[in-house]
Write a protein that binds this ligand. Structure first.
Ligand SMILES: [Zn+2]
Length: 78
């Protein structure tokens, strides 16, 4: 992890996300480039954007930034 270069332009990296639950856990169907679906809710409404835009969408939906989660009060994410 810490061997990654520090100058990555995160805001220019395209990400695929689920437009329903905003998960970034998108699964692809082997052999088909256009068939992707969400690993969380299994829907096939996949959008593409950059990480900044996605983070804003995520914050609007859940009320906090994915990358800046508030402390885990119960020790668990869910
Ligand atoms: Zn989903």
């Amino acid at each position: 992890m810490d061997k990654l270069p520090k100058s990555i332009d995160y805001d220019s990296i395209p990400v695929y996300y689920c437009t329903q639950c905003l998960s970034l856990r998108i699964k692809g169907v082997p052999g088909s480039k256009d068939m992707n679906f969400c690993d969380e809710c299994n829907c096939a409404s996949i959008g593409q954007t950059d990480i900044f835009t996605w983070e804003e969408l995520y914050q609007q939906k859940y009320g906090y930034k994915f990358l800046n989660k508030p402390k885990y009060k119960n020790g668990r994410e869910h």
